[in-house]
Design a protein around this ligand. Sequence first.
Ligand code: AMP
Length: 119
Amino acid sequence: MSVDANCIFCKIVAGQIPSRKVFEDEDLFAFHDIAPWAPVHFLIIPKLHIPSMAHVGPEHASLLGKIMTLAPKLALEQGCNPYPQGGFRIVTNTGAEGGQEVHHLHVHVMGGPRPWLRG
Ligand code: AMP
């Protein structure tokens, strides 16, 4: 399914729920997390509704590659300090025991000076 009408992140992509957009292209959307753990905390999501990392297959390799190569670029643009003194954390929670709350695949990108609220 490309879009799930009940999915909060699909609604964000569609503009039906407001977000603070960081980036958009034909495949991806990135926006600031509503409850940030760190001075910089945004999410990168595929526009395609993939529920979690447990649902990815070889057909998603290029999409996941796009997410992972975009993350460092956006991290710097959003105020993360440069590697190695700075850096960032990339997290993808998967399933209930993995701490996933929103079931649309997303990558958290967190960074900025410590201490952080969490993480
Ligand atoms: P996870 O536990 O990995 O599923 O994380 C879901 C994340 O989505 C949490 O960090 C939430 O703060 C964030 N979140 C939920 N709703 C929104 C929203 N409307 N706009 C931005 N971030 C959101």
